[in-house]
Ligand binder design. Structure first.
Ligand code: ADP
Ligand code: MG
Length: 268
């Protein structure tokens, strides 16, 4: 980039720091550990999402600034859903409903191509992740019977990756996108909401669990999906997540996973 650009720090995300370039644009500068493949996927998927009519923020261009790789995006003026809930906690239920309706609408988009398949990602993560081998074998067998699907799935759909933009919501951070069955993406959101990065004090845990239940009820209503489809994916997505998840609420997550595996008949 040319000299003389002064950046104003906006916020830190899990994999990046975001700076304002000017009134209209921000640059997301990735930490060195983030692979080029992931950055390219984020750029590509954010654009494809917009082409498919999803309310995504599409990457404008790739840049390198002082050795850090980055993507430039149009600046969204509003706040994330997390910030919106903190500001007006009494609206949290309605915010969950809006988020669920948005995700259900995105999941109605026709199948597409040009990206990795979620089933392949889950298979690799289950194989190389921790976990008892009997459960892994049962899960890998079951995975083969699950529908491939071909919808563009966000893969990391949580309250810090959805932003309020005027009267609309906009989806950012497409680095974990893949093609697959929408139910797998939905169940992943449930997990992120309850066990993803973030505070884990008892009061927050209660509200996270409450929010996840509200989101799930709204998602099932908006999508018309049977809860059995979520039940079928839950243990597979949970097991795959073990490969990379931080040990947040580890005991509760183990219980959740075991329960899901039992319900899906994987623990015989
Ligand atoms: N286009 C944008 N406009 C305004 N703020 C943004 C934009 N993109 C990201 N942010 C802010 O930066 C945070 C981190 O961005 P994100 O793409 O989610 O990165 P990470 O991969 O590190 O989670 C977001 O939660 C949001 O607060
Ligand atoms: Mg993010």
């Amino acid at each position: 980039m040319g000299e003389g650009i002064s950046l104003h720090f906006v916020t830190r995300g899990a994999s990046s720091s975001v700076y304002a370039i000017d009134e209209r644009e921000v640059v997301k500068l990735f930490r060195p550990a983030v692979s080029g493949e992931m950055i390219e996927r984020e750029a590509w998927a954010s654009r494809r999402a917009v082409e498919l009519g999803m309310p995504a923020v599409a990457s404008l261009r790739a840049v390198t600034m002082e050795d850090a790789r980055g993507l430039v995006y149009p600046c969204v003026k509003g706040r994330t859903l997390l910030a919106a809930m903190r500001k007006r906690p009494w609206l949290s239920g309605r915010i969950m409903d809006s988020m669920a309706r948005l995700q259900a609408r995105m999941h109605e988009t026709p199948a597409t191509s040009g990206l990795r398949y979620l089933k392949d990602v889950l298979r690799t993560d289950i194989i190389y992740g921790p976990g008892g081998s009997a459960l892994k074998v049962a899960a890998l067998e079951r995975l083969e019977d699950m529908p491939e699907g071909g919808q563009l799935l966000h893969g990391d759909f949580h309250i810090e990756n959805v932003m309020v933009d005027g009267d609309d919501l906009k989806v950012i951070d497409w680095s974990k996108a893949a093609l697959g069955d929408p139910a797998a993406d939905a169940v992943r959101t449930e997990m992120l909401m309850r066990f993803g990065d973030g505070p884990e004090d008892p009061l927050t845990v209660l509200s996270r669990d409450w929010a996840a239940r509200r989101w799930r009820a709204s998602y099932l209503r908006a999508s018309g999906m049977d809860r059995e489809r979520l039940d079928a994916w839950r243990p597979l997505v949970a097991l795959a997540w073990l490969r990379s998840r931080k040990p947040i609420r580890q005991r509760a997550f183990e219980h959740y996973m075991k329960d899901a595996a039992g319900k899906a008949g994987l623990l015989r």
